[in-house]
Design a binder for this molecule. Sequence first.
Ligand code: F6P
Length: 549
Amino acid sequence: MSQESNQATPIQKGRAWTALAAHWKQIEPLHLRELFANDPKRSERLSLEAAGIFLDYSKNRITDETLRLLVQLAEEAGLRARIDAMFAGEKVNPTEDRPALHVALRAPRGAVLTVDGENVVPGVHGVLDRMGEFSNEVRSGAWKGHTGKRIKNVVNIGIGGSDLGPVMAFEALRHYADRSLTFRFVSNVDGTDFAEATIDLDPEETLFIIASKTFTTQETMTNAHTAREWCLAGMGGDAKAIARHFVAVSTSAKEVAAFGIDTAHMFGFWDWVGGRYSMDSAIGLSTMIAIGPEAFAEMLEGFHGMDEHFRTAPFERNLPVLKALLTVWYTNFFGAATVAILPYEQYLKRLPAYLQQLTMESNGKHTTLAGERVGVDTGPIYWGEPGTNGQHSFYQLIHQGTRLVPADFIAFARPLNALGDHHDLLIANVFAQTEALAFGKTRAEVEAEGVPPDLAPHREFDGNRPTNVMLFEQLTPTALGQIIALYEHDVFTQSVIWNIDPFDQWGVELGKVLAKKIVPELVSQEEPSLEHDESTNALIRRYRSLRGR
Ligand code: F6P
């Protein structure tokens, strides 16, 4: 069993946690082979269809008693009250003194969700309507560039939540996108990102969306200034061009104006929307231009359906709650360090990267809401690749390595590009992998196949590797909304069990501050600051010398 310290922490002293620790000792030696053999209806009982998602969680190392205790853990942690608090717009992000009301971004027109006594839903729809008008203008060609040419390219400049959501959603919904428009995404401060994204674009036909909640992020502002120079250079330096080629998405009108973008061309959102929870806000402007306002609205409906399910379903029939509790089970009792995200859908190729920010920036915390060391392991490392590519690289370790890697398999019954028998082959691999991971192949089975005794140990599969399978009908905007909301609430539920704040990200600050200090030192002739350590100073000197400074 994994834990951060040897002292029992408040979380570990709870009744459910104590009972789970004892229960784990009984479950750990059990094999999924036995669990299935003793329970012919296991998959029927341990699967759930709700809010558009079918989840088979029967191939997890659990019994009914495990689930009962995990649900008890959620109750003891006060999950019901925390869900209600989040939906009520209470300040569930205390370290930043803010609510986290991303559920309001997809609330239907007419719903009431309040922050400080004000219903925020009309404001949300006001922005969505403006985004819709603007998107339609770009899509129809009515929005012209400065020289009268039609916009053919849209470049989103942002980073973190202001990039990963837009790029993931664009890739995921590319099938539904207007193919006469080209979309590019620039995030890295590495100049190569901007250079390659714009290398074949005509400035007269290019619209930049500068997406930044704060509008002060170093990478985004650097790229935005470079974009402005690139744009002006392409149009004879006429500053009036900016108005037709730049729009902003931000919470800060002041910073947007300071940058030189007319706030009439700004799409706002609010400080109660966390960066990694913002792809369905105005940060999704590039998504809306790509797929159109109607399809964007369908995506929001998908989100909202999952929100309602999470808010109302009993914990034992609640998809995000069950997923989160399983993650806690493996993280804290089995000592698993990671969760693999394995979408068997090429269009979801950026989903693992998106979920890395959502999960790890949210739950990579060591301090509880009470300000104490949490004392148990928190957020696992999320990673993954689309199937079947992963099968030919890292699956070896999941099958026969020494570590336990719980995995989420995501699949769709109907292909978006039906080519011969490709899709049946793809889905056969989902079922084959999860079967192999769960049941493996015993030494006796290997030997019965005639494998020589010296090779048999290498050909044996232990199995007992847990997986979830999510099976959808087809990848649609609605399905994407359901998937993202599922993981958002999964992450929130995990945070409640660990009693941490999933909506702040103080851990990213120190590096930012130090980088600011180091930038002038890279071009200075003076000795690097005595405040740095000796290794950092040596690296600064070596860099200067390699650059001939
Ligand atoms: O990396 C920290 C972070 O604040 C993320 O949480 C956020 O998504 C990203 O930077 C970008 O921030 P902004 O949208 O303000 O530019």
